[in-house]
Design a binder for this molecule. Sequence first.
Ligand code: C5P
Length: 226
Amino acid sequence: PLYTVVVPAAGIGQRMQADRPKQYLTIAGKTILEHTLENLYAHPQIEQIIVAINPLDQYFDSLPIASKTWVKRVDGGGERADSVLAGLNSIQNADWVLVHDAARPCLAQDDLSKLLATAEHSEHGAILACRVRDTMKRGNTSHDILHTESRDNLWHALTPQFFPLDALRSALGQAMAQGIAITDEASAIEWAQGKVHLVEGRSSNIKVTQPEDLHLAEFYLQHKAT
Ligand code: C5P
């Protein structure tokens, strides 16, 4: 089967301290957003990408990628979840949908294949994730350690995240209406008591967030596993 990906790209990238949103910073001659979209579309099972862009954005329409037939722009919202929901609401007919952060240009093709293969014949959604490496501490607001969290079964949630469209749309809509803090799609499904499978992916699938991440992303893009 072929799939649509919703890419939230309406953030302002405050932690990056740059003159423009982080998805428009350049790595090896191309913006992060272009790397992300081209990388997704290079997968044989991806046929369309819906990209949620800030309505006041001045960058997207000047990128060559903006005029591709397989790219569709929708207006993003104030929070990542609003942007994702806007993307989901613009999909006409699909059983399953992928959501992938614009700020993750280093996704490996085989990790995407693994995610699709794991979930496409199941009833439940799945996300790419990687295991926590460091010892995990729970702190209080004064930064004193309360205790050490067990690392067993602790994962970083990555994207893409892959869900049945109707289930995701209703869970996300309802969770947001209840004021639940939603930082990924799985949290909405969890809130709605749905089951989500963790698919182990590469830790190189970083979300470019801080200035030093640009160098790391450049390295991973140059040494990309396919
Ligand atoms: O801010 P954060 O790194 O969590 O953003 C993750 C992704 O969500 C980014 O690709 C960002 O552009 C997107 N986003 C969005 N709309 C917002 C905030 C973030 O599409 N209002």
